[in-house]
Design a protein around this ligand. Structure first.
Ligand code: PEP
Length: 247
């Protein structure tokens, strides 16, 4: 059975003082290594110190496709592992949209993360124009197929997927649970075909304006195994409530 996760993507938010307050206010129950946070890269070391006491695992919002060397500004998997990082987001729609990350490039990052022992969360999703044109499934499965090219898994905990409709990210608009489930169901079918018996156990997160008020009905869907949350992960009370909902 796929495990349920709650993952906070802090994007380029939170000061050091905000981070201190967040962890002193954070109250988590039933933590089974399934509550994760991706802070700004510059804050990862600091967050790791505070998150450890709460059992929260920490990761990055992006990762390099390269090992090491002359790649100015990049984030090394080895260095993240050395610090104690656990996972990385790959192919977030903001990276695709603002930094022109292609499916091929994203695939190299996924492969590098897995090679180094980090868990990539491969993010996919359609724009509003693509949804209106009836192309949602084609776009989402196309991104997944390309992003997972040549990927081999030994077990389900080596990879997470996140379906995030671009039109729902940071907009306050959430896909209805039925809309999200329709896409998650197709992703599940693809994963079962692609990875055999591991496929049903790979967690598929939903992202796009998830908040305490809508999380339960989303998590009640058969193939929604958690949330990837931006705005509502910034406040300890909201993130605690979202984590509680995974139980
Ligand atoms: C995200 O950053 O992946 C996200 C889903 O943001 P928000 O929850 O703010 O829509």
């Amino acid at each position: 059975m796929a495990k349920t996760y709650m993952v906070g993507n802090w994007k380029m938010n939170q000061s050091l003082a905000d981070i201190e307050n967040f962890f002193s206010d954070l109250k988590l129950s039933h933590n089974q290594n399934n509550y994760w946070i991706a802070p700004q890269t510059l804050h990862i070391s600091h967050v790791l110190k505070l998150a450890g006491d709460k059992g929260v695992l920490v990761g990055s919002q992006n990762i390099s496709d390269q090992d090491h060397g002359a790649f100015t500004g990049e984030i090394s998997s080895d260095s993240l592992m050395e610090l104690g990082g656990h996972f990385c987001l790959v192919g977030h729609s903001e990276r695709r949209q603002y930094y022109n990350e292609s499916d091929e490039f994203i695939n190299k990052k996924v492969l590098k993360a897995i090679e180094k022992g980090l868990v990539p969360i491969l993010c996919v999703g359609e724009t509003l124009a693509e949804r209106d044109a009836g192309k949602t499934i084609e776009i989402v499965l196309g991104q997944i197929k390309a992003g997972l090219d040549s990927v081999q898994l030994n077990n389900e905990s080596e990879l997470l997927l996140a379906y995030e409709p671009v039109w729902a990210i940071g907009t306050g608009k959430t896909a209805t649970p039925a809309m999200a489930q329709e896409v998650h169901g197709k992703i599940r079918e693809f994963l079962a075909e692609r990875f055999g018996e591991i496929g049903p156990d790979i967690s598929i997160l939903y992202g796009g304006s998830v908040k305490p008020a809508n999380v339960s009905e989303l998590l009640a869907q058969a193939d929604i195994n958690g949330g990837l949350v931006g705005g509502a992960s910034l406040k300890a009370a909201d993130f605690s409530a979202l984590c509680d909902a995974t139980n």
